[in-house]
Ligand binder design. Structure first.
Ligand SMILES: Cc1cc2nc3c(=O)[nH]c(=O)nc-3n(C[C@H](O)[C@H](O)[C@H](O)COP(=O)(O)O)c2cc1C
Length: 346
């Protein structure tokens, strides 16, 4: 189903078509290691979003924080898809304490015209890709950074730009230390390897070799990427062999004032709003969650670099030509009718 604007549309789609369209948009959210840890249930004029705990990362993410952030990003896409259809989403986050895997319920009854900004954000859902590498040297427009900070503030979260050179270097050092630690931890490597398909794989989840560079691009300060190739040397060759200066980009921290499940879901919603906003301006964003997965480094960042707020992900924002690919499972793999067996993880 296409997503015609409300004024263009003459036929009101039935609720099943709406659910399929909404889920087809939701699944293009970012998720940690592209685990896509979500399930959707079509309740008729309402979609329930569940975390799929079988797709969690027990070693890297034992509390399910990154899983909830990923689901929050999918929730943002679902809401945006409803707006694109001219509906006003009614969202309840974590509505039932008796069902901890139930992330949100979204229903739609009222209609309102789609605004130009919503249309532009929605246009980026399938185009946006996680950037992994350095950026062109040109600085990120200040207006864009201000817009990203404004987007984060709408969900009770904050984007803190780390502009001070000393603090940038300190944050980069936490990413380096974390990456060093993760590469020495056999259990973590085994877990990462499960989400790192080999070249030529037909899998529709995990991080494909076509989405990361074979060789790290050094920047000052240096924010190393994860070794998704797990030592195999997989990845894409550089786009150009010219030795152009490359930059780390503008660096920020996505934070929340508390560290509860609803904060994690909201951090995911804010993250996706920011990523799509950046994408509308032709900017790319790299994500680093390595130091946040190690409690002592997360605590260092919280107390020394984010004013006591809880950090969730390090972002680098910049301008770059992107050739990254990504994959997703199909709608039929993640959308279930309400009369089907309840999701195993609820
Ligand atoms: C909570 C969270 C943490 C992430 N951490 C990293 C990371 O440390 N390094 C990285 O390269 N990508 C990270 N990502 C991005 C995912 O790997 C990416 O969204 C996924 O592979 C799908 O690719 P796409 O965003 O290009 O569609 C993270 C995403 C989320 C939601």
């Amino acid at each position: 189903m296409s997503a015609p604007g409300s004024h263009e549309r003459t036929v009101v789609p039935v609720s099943e078509e709406i659910a399929r369209y909404v889920v087809a948009e939701a699944i293009w959210a970012p998720s940690v290691h592209n685990t896509q840890p979500w399930r959707f249930v079509d309740d008729g004029q309402q979609i329930s979003l569940y975390a799929d705990v079988d797709r969690g990362l027990p070693v890297a993410d034992p509390d399910g924080r990154e899983m909830m952030i990923s689901c929050g990003a999918a929730l943002f896409n679902a809401r945006l898809a409803l707006r694109r259809l001219g509906y006003v989403p009614e969202t309840r986050v974590l509505p039932d304490p008796g069902h901890p895997a139930l992330v949100a319920r979204v229903s739609w009854r009222q209609r309102a015209p789609v605004c130009e900004f919503e249309r532009r954000l929605s246009g980026q859902v399938h185009l946006r890709r996680t950037h992994r590498g350095a950026f062109d040297p040109e600085p990120v427009p200040r207006d864009l950074l201000a817009a990203l900070c404004g987007s984060a503030a709408r969900d009770g979260t904050a984007l803190r730009i780390v502009a001070d050179d000393g603090q940038r270097a300190a944050l980069a050092a936490t990413v380096q230390a974390a990456e060093h630690h993760l590469r020495l931890d056999a259990e973590r490597i085994r877990e990462l390897a499960r989400w790192s398909p080999a070249p030529g794989s037909a899998r529709r989840d995990g991080v494909p070799v076509t989405s990361y560079p074979r060789r790290a691009e050094r920047t000052d300060p240096y924010f190393p990427g994860r070794d998704f190739a797990c030592g195999h040397g997989w990845g894409m060759p550089p786009l150009s062999t010219a030795r152009l200066p490359r930059a780390a980009g503008a660096v920020g921290l996505l934070t929340t004032v508390a560290d509860r499940r609803e904060n994690w879901v909201n951090a995911g919603q804010a993250l996706q709003r920011m990523l799509l906003t950046a994408s509308t301006c032709g900017a790319a964003v790299a994500l680093h969650s390595q130091p946040i997965e190690l409690p002592w480094l997360r605590e260092f960042i919280r107390t020394q670099l984010s004013g006591g707020a809880y950090p969730h992900v390090v972002l680098r924002i910049g301008m770059a030509v992107q050739a990254a690919d990504s994959v997703r499972r199909g709608v039929d793999d993640v959308l279930f009718p309400s009369d089907a067996a309840a999701p195993s993880s609820n």
